[in-house]
Write a protein that binds this ligand. Structure first.
Ligand code: NAD
Length: 477
């Protein structure tokens, strides 16, 4: 959805948010400019022979900041892809990585294509050719530039990309680290597919651990029964909705998709809706709840938590005044324009910003990259040793309980849970949870203690820009 004309575009919005934060910081104008600008954007137009004719596709790979390398950022397949969008997303990647202390610079890529128009074999040819164009310029490279999935891409595309890179670099022992978000059998990591949605859940859980922050949004209590409206039931939205409803007791009262929305005050069964969307291509005709044709109107629905998890600029000057949710969680990149951000803040809404909320993807991508470079699965060396130690402890406690004549021993269920050593998935989730908690705390500290900082977004930018500036300074810039 495009923002109205008098509103700045996505890239200008990111710049305005950046400028707002740096006004509260003490950076030299030169360093400020260096951090703001996008270092480079490569545009490629390439042809692929399909269905008897040559089709030309346009793609981009933008590198925002190389204060740390490799640079990192997803590849998006969508018709709306353009240079401004890719550059805005690359800038967000720089700040996102800095905020969650992932040692990468920021990058992003995009291909202007509607993946639904092509079959699987055609998509493979197009993706491989795009990957070839980027790899031959080191814009895909384990130590230079490491893409990942984004809107319109997933494990399938990442598997083609890594294979393409391998064909071009047959002796590179670290080839599998050239891209993340791969399937497990192609060098991926457990928990990457769910990672961004899982990170959204951890971000909300952490927010709810701070009563003072909840109060700022006019909320109280825990997540049980909180009413959630979510836009986009793709990778990010589906996982966030699933975990929040199945594990935290939230009620997903609204789901907005391309073709409309489903509203059900009793809570929508997410797995069921997801299967319906996958089978039919949309939410229409879902047998539960009420179908709303003007899906976007549900953004304004009365709920506790609004989670835009689809695309940018969906909350803009045309609807910001009517948003009712007291807490907005930006699972998508840039769902709120700079103008809408001002309005929402003046109306007392609390916004947990994109560069924090959806950082789960890049965090687990970082774990995947480390796994690829170390050539060993996380937990492989320790798991059984940990289990043996726990088993010894349980046996000893049981022995003591029995000699002391206790009526009950440890329960079977407790023993099973306690003894089990952590596998890759448990370690990945633990690392992600820790990352999301720590990053939130660094943001909220600035939010509550620094003069002039009125919101979490400004706080997030201040933390990130401060870290990027520190990195440039230590290089002597
Ligand atoms: P996806 O392609 O898996 O899902 C997007 C979903 O949004 C789809 O279900 C699509 O039908 C729906 N959608 C598209 N247009 C819509 C509209 N106008 N109204 C309502 N729904 C619409 O994409 P994703 O990977 O889930 O990414 C979603 C957002 O999260 C993007 O902003 C992306 O940049 C961001 N993000 C994704 C990741 C990741 O790991 N995938 C990481 C960080 C950020």
């Amino acid at each position: 959805m495009n923002a109205p004309h008098r509103e700045p575009g996505f890239r200008d919005s990111v710049n305005m948010m950046f400028n707002h934060a740096v006004r509260l910081m003490d950076l030299t104008p030169g360093l400020e400019e260096k951090i703001r600008v996008c270092n480079s954007t490569y545009t490629v137009r390439f042809g692929v022979r399909l269905r008897g004719t040559i089709h030309t596709f346009t793609g981009y790979r933008s590198v925002h900041s190389e204060h740390m390398e490799p640079v990192k950022g997803g590849i998006r397949f969508a018709m709306g892809v353009n240079q401004d969008e890719v550059e805005a997303l690359a800038a967000l990647m720089t700040f996102k990585c800095a905020l969650v202390e992932v040692p990468f610079g920021g990058s992003k890529g995009g291909l202007r294509i509607d993946p639904r128009e092509w079959d699987e074999h055609e998509m493979e040819l197009i993706t491989r050719r795009f990957a070839y164009e980027l790899a031959k310029r080191d814009l895909i490279h384990p130590s230079q530039n490491v893409p990942a999935p984004d809107m319109g891409t997933g494990e399938r595309e990442m598997a083609w990309i890594v294979d393409q890179y391998r064909r071009m670099n047959t002796t590179d022992i670290n080839a599998s680290a050239c891209v993340t978000g791969k399937p497990l059998n192609a060098g991926g990591i457990a928990g990457r597919v769910e990672a961004t949605g899982r990170g959204v859940q951890y971000a909300i859980q952490e927010f709810f651990r701070h009563p003072e922050d909840l109060k700022a949004a006019g909320l109280e209590g825990d997540l049980e029964g909180k009413r959630v409206v979510i836009q986009g039931l793709g990778n990010v939205g589906y996982h966030a909705a699933k975990f929040l409803s199945e594990e935290d007791g939230c009620k997903i009262v609204g789901v907005i998709e391309r073709d409309g929305a489903i509203l059900d005050p009793n809570g929508i069964p997410i797995e069921f809706l997801r299967s319906h969307v996958q089978a039919s291509g949309g939410v229409k005709d879902f047998p539960r709840g009420t179908y709303v044709e003007d899906g976007q109107s549900l953004l304004e629905h009365d709920c506790d938590i609004l989670i835009p998890a689809a695309l940018e600029s969906v909350i803009n000057l045309t609807n910001a005044e009517r948003i009712k949710a007291p807490l907005i969680v930006e699972a998508a990149n840039g769902p709120i324009t700079a103008g809408a951000d001002d309005i929402l803040r003046s109306r007392g809404k609390v916004i947990i910003p994109d560069l924090y909320v959806n950082a789960g993807g890049v965090t687990v991508s970082y774990f995947e990259w480390v796994k690829n470079l170390s050539h060993i699965r996380f937990g492989r060396m320790q798991r059984r040793q940990e289990e043996a130690q726990n088993q010894m402890l349980v046996k000893e406690i049981d022995r003591i309980l029995s000699v002391s004549g206790a009526e009950h021993g440890l329960s079977k269920a407790f023993k099973e849970q306690f003894v089990r050593g952590a596998g890759e998935l448990e370690l990945v989730r633990s690392g992600l949870d820790d990352t999301m908690r720590t990053a939130y705390q660094s943001m909220r500290e600035v939010w509550h203690s620094r003069k002039g900082v009125e919101d979490l977004r400004t706080a997030a930018y201040i933390v990130s820009i401060g870290r990027v500036a520190g990195s440039y300074r230590s290089k002597g810039l």
